[in-house]
Ligand binder design. Structure first.
Ligand SMILES: Nc1ncnc2c1ncn2[C@@H]1O[C@H](COP(=O)(O)O)[C@@H](O)[C@H]1OP(=O)(O)O
Ligand SMILES: [Mg+2]
Ligand SMILES: [Mg+2]
Ligand SMILES: [Mg+2]
Length: 352
């Protein structure tokens, strides 16, 4: 008997790998190039749309009945002013979809030589990501580039895909093209894919699929414990995180990293606690930003919740439900860290 979600896992890894190859190649060809002026967002826009098109095209072939909650939509590409952008996206998507990787992927997924899509098919694939989400049934989430700021800086970013069934994340795949395979040697080759299927554990492999190994969150002593937090202070409140760190008397400084690569770092023990306090009450967290990371952390033996200890609600639409803050860490230290978060919240309230 084959394991649950075996076909979904195989497709998801293959789709994330092709999307990672695409985003790396856009970075090497466009972001690094001196012809792109500083702060020009067009390379990330091209890479975002194309990566979503690739993943969604493959999902559409393999699981045509499944709805997709994807970050991007093609409205801008359908305008006359989007024509040039669209041409680049179609070329890049087709390059990624038709590449012969020699990895024995399933021919029914519409990949490999000769599988070019038309511009209309590429835009339709992007727009299959317009599902509103909800409590019941199967749905996929796609964040084609999570951590766009990190991507442009040449630092961490992630290609993120998850399968949610009845509001419970069953499969998460995260590709991190710039993450060293071995965190202890930062000069080791870069590029990893992280995979978790509920009930089947968590795994890391090289982008090529080589060197697969199970990963888990090690036991940390309070002396070793450190926080993994956003680089961007506009995305998460470093000062609130510092308050929690003081309550825990942490000795190690936080590691700042963009994107869901933080969840991957936590799952293999590069850092001890994922913490995320939003800076604005008007920003709603999106399900594609946390669904793959949440199942990865749980399958690596950790706990993930909001700052009230409530599970993340992936069944309330495209945004997370009624959750406040995000905390993920190993089972053994979780109660202590949650208590420190709650103490910091009351201290902050008392000081307002
Ligand atoms: N104002 C905001 N507050 C919090 N997160 C945001 C905000 N704007 C964008 N994001 C999203 O936060 C995530 C990055 O978090 P981090 O700072 O931890 O890397 C990304 O998904 C990013 O979107 P995007 O996917 O477009 O990059
Ligand atoms: Mg994101
Ligand atoms: Mg994104
Ligand atoms: Mg974005």
């Amino acid at each position: 008997m084959s394991l649950a979600f075996a076909a979904e896992k195989q497709l998801a890894v293959s789709a994330v790998r092709r999307a990672c190859n695409l985003t790396s190649s856009v970075f090497n060809r466009l972001v690094k190039s001196e012809t792109v002026v500083k702060n020009d967002k067009s390379p990330v826009t091209v890479a975002d749309f194309s990566a979503q098109a690739v993943i969604s095209s493959m999902l559409g072939k393999a699981f045509p009945g499944d709805p997709i909650v994807g970050e991007e939509d093609s409205a801008d590409l359908r305008l006359e002013s989007g024509k040039e952008l669209l041409d680049r996206i179609v070329a890049l998507s087709n390059e990624a979809l038709t590449a012969d990787l020699g990895l024995g992927e399933n021919a029914d997924w519409g990949i490999g030589p000769g599988n070019n899509r038309t511009a209309e098919e590429i835009m339709d694939a992007i727009d299959r990501g317009n599902y509103a989400g909800g409590k019941t049934g199967r749905m996929w989430t796609i964040d084609p580039i999570d951590g766009t700021k990190g991507f442009l800086r040449g630092e961490q970013y992630a290609v993120c895909l998850s399968l949610i069934v009845d509001a419970s994340v069953q499969l998460g795949v995260i590709g991190c093209p710039n993450l060293p395979i071995d965190a202890a040697s930062p000069n080791s080759p870069k590029g990893c894919i992280f995979v978790a299927v509920r009930g089947q554990g968590a795994q890391q492999m090289a982008l090529s699929g080589a060197d697969p190994r199970p990963i888990s969150i090690p036991a940390f002593s309070m002396d070793q414990l450190n926080f993994l937090e956003s680089v961007e202070s506009a995305h998460a409140s470093h000062s609130f995180h510092d308050l929690v760190a003081r309550n825990l008397a942490l000795k190690a400084p936080p590691t700042r990293m963009d994107s869901q690569a933080k969840y991957c770092a936590l799952a293999r023990g590069d850092g001890g606690v994922y913490i995320r306090m939003l800076t604005s009450s008007s920003y709603k967290e999106k399900i594609w930003d946390h669904a793959p990371g949440s199942v990865l952390v749980e399958e690596a033996g950790g706990v993930i919740s909001d700052f009230n200890g409530k599970p993340l609600d992936f069944g309330a639409g495209r945004s997370l439900g009624d959750n406040f803050g995000i905390l993920a860490t190993g089972k053994d230290v979780y109660p202590k860290v949650l208590e420190a978060v709650q103490r910091a919240l009351s201290e902050r309230k008392a000081n307002i």
